[in-house]
Design a binder for this molecule. Structure first.
Ligand code: C6P
Length: 410
């Protein structure tokens, strides 16, 4: 049975406010999602009742905090269907997770002549760390192109041309934050595996929006950000295959990540502790686990269907009703992200005018500058939907965009 989407708003206290005299219409979920009361409560309960450092003390509070923190790791493993909690490293978010892999795995395994394969739709977070790695090691970057036009679909026919035996890692986004395209992650991982390349899936825009199963996907690494999936900022997850994580050197040194330390040499703790130097983000990991419970209570399949329905409707109505507008991404089988460009209007102006109507959009290059250039655009405006958005809100968005379009065509 589908959740009652209209009542879900009540779980998110922030939505109950006026912006510029209008009820807030929050459509910037791809940047960050809002947080349900149960996640806010998990954070404040932890600080009110359980706060202590983890893995250090043997007093009651420390043991309670350690138990809850490690339970959050177990919860994350279950959320991703990982084989074991030792495959889960808590990070600060997607960007942090990718940098961890680029440094810890990349520095050890890549050399001049090796290739890191990316796609043309990568967020800067899944591009710049690989550029830095290429500079350090002499490895090269290569890109799987998108097809011509505005659907933004990957040109899978070009895969055999770019996925050759010199590719050591294929890192790609599961869902584009600009195009709304959902990439066929399992298919891409299978193709990489055939030629012996590892895979990293950037799940920043898919975690929390659809079911994720790292074993079915058969990826080697997967990264996500808690704040885009009803959890707090500053916490994320890196999933890595156990054997890979155990073989990788640490990325950062400090307390908690060692088994023994001498003046000149140290020995590392096993993964995942090896990658969590210093006091971790305990409270946010615990609250992220609560967010995972919340999403699973609603059902991730149902959330995916809800997002897709709203995004497909928004895509179709914007295309049909706003004269001259250019809408990006596929019409169907898409995530909740809908980007568009109004001729003659800068996206920042569009977003400023929408804000006057109480509507939160994002405008700009969305940390996707190479993709923007490829599409011949400087920027787009972006509406991104999530579980608390409704069909009625699309009507409000359309009325606002009509006013904005008329303003710029006057
Ligand atoms: N995209 C957006 O408005 P962090 O900042 O580390 O939580 O996530 C980075 C990131 C990586 N990959 C993808 C596909 C993303 O969409 C993002 C974040 C936000 O689109 C902020 S730029």
């Amino acid at each position: 049975m589908s959740p009652a989407w209209n009542t879900i708003r009540a779980d998110f206290p922030i939505l109950n406010q006026q912006i510029n005299g209008q009820p807030l219409l929050y459509l910037d979920n791809a940047a960050t999602s809002q947080k349900p009361q149960c996640v806010i409560d998990a954070l404040s309960t932890y600080y009110r009742e359980d706060n202590a450092n983890v893995h250090r003390g043997i007093h009651a509070l420390s043991m309670r905090a350690t138990f809850a923190y490690e339970a959050a790791r177990e919860r994350s493993a279950k959320f991703l269907n990982a084989a074991s909690a030792s495959e889960i490293v808590f990070t600060a978010g997607t960007t942090d997770g990718i940098n961890l892999v680029a440094n810890a795995w990349g520095d050890e395994h890549l050399k001049a002549g090796d290739v890191i394969l990316l796609t043309e739709m990568e967020h800067h977070s899944n591009l710049v760390p690989w550029q830095l790695l290429a500079r350090r090691t002499g490895a090269k970057l290569r890109f799987l192109p998108i097809v011509a036009g505005d659907t933004g679909l990957l040109d899978l026919g070009k895969l055999p041309e770019v996925l050759t035996s010199d590719v050591k890692l294929f890192a790609f986004t599961h869902v584009s934050n600009t195009l709304g395209v959902i990439n066929p992650a399992a298919e891409l991982c299978a193709a990489a595996k055939k030629i012996g390349a590892l895979t990293l899936v950037d799940a920043a825009q898919s975690a929390g929006h659809m079911p994720l199963d790292v074993r079915a996907m058969d990826c080697d690494f997967l990264v996500l950000s808690g704040h885009k999936m009803c959890g707090p900022t500053g916490i994320g997850v890196l999933y890595g295959r156990e054997a890979l994580l155990q073989a990788m050197p640490p990325y950062r040194g400090g307390g908690s990540m060692i088994s023994s330390v001498d003046f000149f040499e140290s020995k590392w703790a096993p993964a995942p502790q090896k990658f969590e130097a210093g006091t971790p983000n305990i409270a946010d990991a615990i609250a992220l686990a609560r967010a995972m419970d919340y999403l699973d209570e609603l059902g991730r399949e149902a959330i995916a269907r809800h997002d897709e329905k709203l995004a497909a409707l928004a895509y179709q109505r914007i295309q049909a009703e706003i004269p001259g507008i250019r809408v990006l991404g596929p019409a169907q089988h898409r995530s909740g992200v809908v980007s568009f460009a109004i001729p003659g209007a800068h996206a920042h102006d569009v977003v400023t005018l929408a804000d006057r109507d109480g509507i939160a959009l994002r405008g700009g290059h969305h940390c996707n500058q190479p993709l923007m250039r490829k599409l011949g655009l400087m920027s787009t405006s972006r509406a991104s939907f999530y579980l608390y958005n409704t069909e009625d809100e699309i009507e409000r968005l359309i009325q606002s965009l009509l006013r904005i379009q008329q303003f710029f065509s006057a």
